[in-house]
Design a protein around this ligand. Sequence first.
Ligand code: FES
Length: 201
Amino acid sequence: MKKQGEIVFTKYGPYTIVDVPLYTEDGTFIETPRVYSLCRCGASNSKPFCDGTHGKINFVGERVKNKLGKTKIYAGENISIYDNRYICCHDGSCSLENVFLPNDTPWINPDGNPDIEKIIEIIKLCPSGALTYEINKEHITAWFDEEKIIFTKEGPLHIQGPIEIKDDQSSDEILISKDHYSLCTCGKSKKKPFCDGSHDD
Ligand code: FES
């Protein structure tokens, strides 16, 4: 797949989107120019678009939690599940009995369900890229054919497809999968530009 789109920004302003179509959560296409700006300070009156309010509130979108932690590998007989807690946006998609056990340690049991396709299906629902998997000795991190940005009303932007991010905090180096990730739009994440679930606080 040919990479086309990019997201460019600094600590002080919005996400400038270049050549990536925008959709709502229910799949409705939102018409935009080729280059447009999406709010990340959380204060725009024209969300998802930036209306310049970030300047009035002196927004500084600096990452404050910089300890990245390691990707953990939960090795199973037929599938291994990789988990990177840092980029998790806590959207709760990882729900599968006996495999994802949020109240247990370890919280992932890759052998908890014999239906490997079902486990893969659930991993692919994780919008942040925190969960990926290994099967037949191959670490699979990418599965989106189409580049798009999905705007969620009370939550992050979900980025799908290998859309490059270019910013002044080298944020692209944090990503496990450049194929999908979730960007903060409320201005409260401590792991900016990535969503850390703070919009629910
Ligand atoms: S980033 Fe410009 S108004 Fe929020």
